[in-house]
Design a protein around this ligand. Sequence first.
Ligand SMILES: NC(=O)c1ccc[n+]([C@@H]2O[C@H](COP(=O)([O-])OP(=O)(O)OC[C@H]3O[C@@H](n4cnc5c(N)ncnc54)[C@H](O)[C@@H]3O)[C@@H](O)[C@H]2O)c1
Ligand SMILES: N[C@@H](CCO)C(=O)O
Ligand code: NA
Length: 444
Amino acid sequence: MSPYATPTAPRPPLRVALAGIGVVGGGVVRLLEANRALIARRAGRPIEIVAVSARDRHKDRGVDLSRYRWEDDMDALVAAGDVDVVVEMIGGADGSALTLARRALGAGKALVTANKAMIAHHGIDLARIAEEKDTPLKYEAAVAGGIPVIKAIREGASANEIARVYGILNGTCNYILTQMERNGASFADALAAAQAEGYAEADPSFDVDGIDAAHKLSILAALCFGTRLDIGAVTADGIRGLIAADIREAEALGHRVRLIGMAERDSAGNGGALYQHVQPCLVPADHPLAYVPGALNAVVAEGNFVGRLFFEGAGAGAGPTASAIVADIIDIARDEYGPAFAMPVDALDAAPAADAGARVGKHYVRLIVEDRIGVLAEIAAAMRDAGVSIESLIQRGSEDGDDGVVIVLVTHEGPASAIHAALAILAGSDHVVGAPMLMPILAL
Ligand SMILES: NC(=O)c1ccc[n+]([C@@H]2O[C@H](COP(=O)([O-])OP(=O)(O)OC[C@H]3O[C@@H](n4cnc5c(N)ncnc54)[C@H](O)[C@@H]3O)[C@@H](O)[C@H]2O)c1
Ligand SMILES: N[C@@H](CCO)C(=O)O
Ligand code: NA
């Protein structure tokens, strides 16, 4: 039948079961209820919640679940004959979420998930089951929340070879950084506020240690480069080590600090090796990424015909995440789906990991040192011995509550491995207090 044809009989409703009714699950219930009529017109048929399941039936979630069938046991969602789509919003790479996902796909049901940890670790396995069962596996909400970036790259940019993909992939970290930058908030207070807003993972160390962004980056890399997901090849440094002085010094240097995930083909052409790294970086203050505030995310993809694409929008929170999940459900209702990673699993290549230490660029190094004669000479000697050329060096007074003075170095272009070597030398110094902070200065 032509897709333009009016169906002779109304299409039956698409029947959806929701597993995990927390921040995201509550948002999905609210969205499906609020936009029910519009969604039915766009999807060509009604979308109905037929069953819900979570850990605690009696928890107050601010949504009325009494009109939906409650299942204590998630397996019942898979076994039910009246469920077409299972929506997984539990979280965690393994455990209940993975068991549910495998069983749902194995039973030939469509799976929609917001779970980047699970997709990053098990996406290939799950995509294989989906292919074998000819059923959809959709995960728009898993990467950059409400930004339709999976759809944009998988479909809109599918004609392009993509050389590089990068961006702000964690709403919690961006919220913390902008709170520190704009309001002088402490790290702990800003994190608590992000948690209260529902942005953070159940264990917020996944956010602040860069792990959540690494999950998302690995998924983007697979999509952009046609490579097999390899979370083990992604290195991640988080934002725990940042202090207020880093935010100030970055500004004084004409930059802002952002947690950036970047995946790129090795320009040295080492058999298509892939660089995949998450780390706090100095971004030029006039680059669009520097203007991304709060829990927003942004993704930049560079295609060989389309050029630079920039996507920005809410990366976390109930509403935006629900928007992405329901868009996936609508695609399923329209029978619009294809391979999860834009090509069949067997067509994806394995890409070796590129040597991150060989990457050349300018770097920001912040040290806290004892205020005594000879310390600057010691730092300069460590840099010289490791082959690091210093462009500028600033010494500031002591940080509140700290004994030492703050030294900020900007290096000339050089390999990251040389700076690591210099910092390893300085780690042996009695005069360096605490851990240094190293950030690439991006030239975007
Ligand atoms: N919060 C966000 O902004 C956001 C955005 C994008 C993606 N996500 C992802 O969405 C998923 C859910 O996140 P959330 O913020 O809604 O979490 P949440 O903690 O608010 O909700 C999780 C839900 O799963 C249930 N649950 C947890 N463990 C369970 C188990 N073992 N068995 C049965 N039920 C269990 C909980 O009872 C709760 O209802 C995660 O994968 C998260 O990474 C969250
Ligand atoms: N904890 C995640 C949720 C969205 O994936 C974040 O802060 O970005
Ligand atoms: Na998204």
